[in-house]
Every structure is written in C-alpha cells, then in structure tokens.
Design a protein around this ligand. Structure first.
Ligand SMILES: [Zn+2]
Ligand SMILES: [Zn+2]
Length: 235
C-alpha cells in the first residue's frame, strides 16, 4: 500500500471517529442520517414494486419487461428510491469516506428484507475490482452487507464472488442491451456456491445489469438461487 493511501485512510478513519455525527442530508446533529430524513425518504414496498427489478408496478406484480424476459435474479428488493436523503447518504458513504453511515443504512436494508422472506444461506456483497478497492480503501457494498448479515443472522461470504473486470461506469450506456454487454464476463464465482441460496447486496441499482450479471455468474457456478437486496433503486 502506498504511503498516500495509508495517510488518506488514516485521515478518513480519524474523521469517522472524532467528528460528531451529523445528518448527511440536513446537517442536524446526532446521527449520520436523521430520523426525519429517513421518514421523508421514498420507501419502495413489495406491493408497489416488481419483485424482479424493483421498479414501481401498480400491485406488486411482475413488470412487462420481467414477465417477457425473466432476469436471472429471482427477487430484487430495494429499500428506497435513489433520491433525497438516501442519495446524500450513499454519496457520503461512497465518496466522502463516511463509513460510519453503513450501520443505519444496512439496518434499513435488513428491515426491508423482513422476516417473512426466505433467509439466504449466504450474504454476498457485489465486489469491487481490486484496483478500485485499492483506490477507495473499502467496498461500500461490503460495509452494508455487515449489518445485513448480522441482523439476518446469515454469514457474509465475500470469497464466493470476485470482480475480474473493472467495468466502466454505466451512466454513458444508452440502453439495457448495451449495458448488459458491458457487464458480461465481469464476475467470477467460486464452485463453493453450489446449491446455496445467495443474497447479493449492493448500495444502488442504477440498472439491474450488474446484479443480473453477478447472479448469472453464480447460477452458472451451481448456486441454487440468487436474490438481491439494495439500499436504493434508481427509478
Ligand atoms: Zn436529516
Ligand atoms: Zn420488473
């Protein structure tokens, strides 16, 4: 590890430890995301979202696209829409080194998964490519997977999936087919996934192509099934 990275990480750790908590969205003291901002965030519910892509539907049935072409992930659950305070907190977690944000967000995710849904055998965060992990110093999906794993009482298995290719940002890709092409072959899975029900965890699903690429890789390696839980879905 380079000295600059060590120094940057030390500064970020000190910041996380010493600065009094204040809300990433409204600035109110006391927590990294205050209860008022959480309450005002747009929650996505099971009876108002497609169960395979988390986009809004009238009655929680499959959307037209998922019924015509079912994706590899059998269920995608998103706690919030990616806007307002949730957007602010993801940006703080991801780009401002505010790792202390993860427990409150991961807790919301575990609550959204709930107790009625089938519990997975293993919680697997969407991995970063090692070069990106080196420059950021942590994987935000792994930070969110911690509290999810703890609250669902299921183990984190980061060893089951790796990112082989550092796929480019998806913002420029104009359609789903183009995005899907860019993420094929991005992941590699361990044969230890055989017969396991995997719960993928990520911060934001901008499209579902990254999650579905990971899910397909896990299924190809013998996983019994793949579900996914994200903090936020971009609508
Ligand atoms: Zn707030
Ligand atoms: Zn759908």
């Amino acid at each position: 590890m380079r000295i600059t990275e060590l120094a940057r990480r030390a500064v970020s750790e000190t910041t996380n430890a010493l600065f009094p908590a204040h809300c990433a969205h409204c600035g109110r003291d006391g927590s990294f995301l205050c209860q008022t901002c959480i309450a005002e965030s747009t929650r996505l519910t099971s009876d108002g979202s497609c169960r395979r892509c988390a986009l809004p539907t009238n009655d929680g049935s499959l959307c037209g696209r998922c019924s015509a072409n079912p994706p590899p992930v059998s269920s995608l659950v998103a706690a919030f829409a990616f806007d307002g305070a949730i957007r602010s907190s993801v940006l703080a977690l991801k780009y401002e080194g505010l790792r202390a944000m993860a427990p409150v967000l991961g807790g919301e995710m575990a609550t959204r998964w709930g107790t009625r849904r089938k519990l997975p055998d293993a919680v697997v965060p969407i991995p970063l490519h090692r070069s990106r992990l080196r420059s950021r110093g942590y994987n935000q999906a792994e930070l969110l997977a911690g509290p999810v794993s703890e609250l669902l009482e299921r183990p984190i298995r980061s060893d089951l999936l790796r990112r082989i290719i550092d796929s480019p940002a998806q913002a420029g890709a104009s359609d789903e087919t183009e995005r899907a092409k860019r993420v094929s072959g991005v992941f590699g899975a361990s044969s230890d996934v055989a017969d396991l029900h995997i719960l993928l965890v990520d911060d934001v699903a901008t499209t579902t192509s990254t999650i579905n690429s990971a899910a397909q890789t896990l299924l190809d390696a013998g996983a019994w099934g793949v579900s996914a839980l994200v903090l936020a879905r971009e609508l």
